[in-house]
Design a protein around this ligand. Structure first.
Ligand code: ADP
Ligand code: ASP
Ligand code: MG
Length: 419
């Protein structure tokens, strides 16, 4: 039997009516002759509520118990979806992660897949079941504890199942009808893309576009999964939505294909650090040990270059990290100062920042993208605090209050509304 993976996100299973609506989409595919693996998220808002319960109970919570609580939202929707399908006369069975069993690492809260053995689900299909409804976002650790994959992780569950079961396609049903040039909730000029290259989608996701979890795109790219994003609220067919695919499948490619943004950034500056060999290592070593994901880095040019004649040269170092890691970063720096590993006069945290990025594989072969980007921001009077670039993206850190304006300005400057 040909097999499809269909994933429904939180808003697509937000209540019983929406679960029924999603089930009808599954029914259509079953009637077309597919066996279907349905991956469900928790009802929208549910995971936030569960996270709130954990944080309200324990400040420095045990990550194993966080996972035990937070994974439960998906169990409810998996059971309800199986029941709804049964009501429609479709043989369906629900699966929690441990029942498959979905084997993951023991990194609670951000576990990674180790293996998805097919035997149990294959046996059910062989018995005549048409649909396996699997709770997204969860698995079990080698110790047999419940794990979760990080927020948005049901996308990754879907792609991993598509790879493990050799699915014809992995369809991600959500509350927008595809991947846009930028978040359609921020810019009314955002344009839906028919296709986007894996690498661009990977950058957009990792730079803040929440439409797909970054890891899901990585897996799809590695295992050549045909990945599609489409709306659960509209009538859809095989041509709907956005296909995430190899670069070679895309005919026309723009220099910049999308704008991403993230509000979850913070900027930390260490003032008056020594400018000598080993200082960067003495700063970023302890940050890495503390599990801080440093993103952008700038070191000011000091007045005098370090050399034997100027042993006292000083400079400032600025870096960005996720806003929820600021406390950890601060503590790592204070500890490093206390033990004499580094010296600085002042540590300043700025949490009123946002990162805005332009992404496009065309940048590899085009000059002038950075100039155009900085020009567009300057024309709006937006000051750039930190810049970082890679082969196919340019990111800037700016004041949070200008984020929407910056997204609009860049969308206009690169004419993304035009096909
Ligand atoms: P789900 O609950 O279905 O997983 P998410 O909220 O995780 O849905 O992801 C869908 C949301 O992603 C959209 O509602 C949209 O606001 C946001 N989004 C951000 N960037 C983009 C983009 N470039 N294209 C489409 N949607 C985007
Ligand atoms: N329910 C989880 C979350 O809200 C996983 C997901 O929806 O993908 O993050
Ligand atoms: Mg999501």
């Amino acid at each position: 039997m040909p097999l499809l993976v269909m994933k429904f996100g939180g808003t697509s299973v937000a209540d019983l009516a929406r679960i029924e609506n999603a089930a009808k989409k599954v029914q259509k595919e079953v009637e077309r002759g597919y066996d279907v693996i349905v991956i469900v998220s928790a009802m929208s808002g549910e995971t936030n509520k569960l996270v709130g319960y954990v944080e309200g109970t324990s400040k420095l919570y045990d990550a194993r118990e966080y996972d035990a609580v937070v994974a439960s939202g998906e169990n409810v929707t998996a059971g309800l979806m199986a029941l709804r399908l049964q009501e429609m006369g479709i043989p369906a069975r629900s699966w929690q992660g441990w029942q498959v069993p979905i084997q993951t690492t023991a990194q609670h809260g951000s576990a990674r897949f180790v293996d998805i053995p097919r035997a149990n689900i294959d046996a059910k299909f062989a018995e005549g079941f048409k649909v396996a409804v699997v709770a997204g976002f969860q698995g079990i650790s080698p110790e047999g504890r419940i794990t979760t994959l990080g927020r948005g992780g049901s996308d990754t569950t879907a792609v991993a199942f598509a790879a493990a079961f050799g699915a014809e396609r992995c369809d991600i049903y959500t509350d927008v009808d595809g991947v846009y040039t930028t978040d359609p909730r921020v810019s009314s000029k955002a344009r839906k893309l028919d296709k986007i290259a894996f690498e661009e989608m990977l950058e957009l996701a990792s730079l803040g576009a929440k439409v797909l979890q970054t890891r899901s795109v990585e897996l799809a790219m590695r295992y050549k999964v045909r990945l599609r994003v489409l709306s659960s609220f509209e009538d859809t067919d095989e041509t709907s939505g956005t296909l995430v695919c190899d670069e070679e499948e895309i005919m026309e490619s723009k220099v910049v294909s999308g704008v991403a943004f993230s509000r979850e950034e913070a900027k930390i500056t260490l003032f008056t650090i020594e400018d000598r060999p080993g200082v960067a290592s003495a700063i970023f070593g302890p940050l890495a040990d503390a599990g801080v994901n440093v993103d952008m880095i700038v070191q000011n040019i000091s007045e005098k270059d370090y050399d034997d004649a100027h042993p006292g040269a000083v400079t400032d170092m600025t870096f960005s990290c996720p806003i929820n890691q600021v406390e950890r970063a601060k503590k790592a720096m204070e500890d490093a100062k206390a033990t004499g590993l580094i010296g600085y006069d002042e540590l300043i945290v700025d949490t009123d920042v946002a990162k805005v990025s332009v992404v496009g594989i065309g940048m590899r072969s085009h000059a002038g993208v950075a100039a155009k980007m900085f020009n567009a921001l300057a024309a709006e009077g937006i000051n750039i605090k930190v810049i970082s670039t890679s082969e196919i993206k340019i990111s800037v850190l700016i004041d949070r209050k200008y984020m929407e304006l910056a997204v609009q300005a860049l969308h206009d400057a690169f004419e993304l509304e035009k096909a």
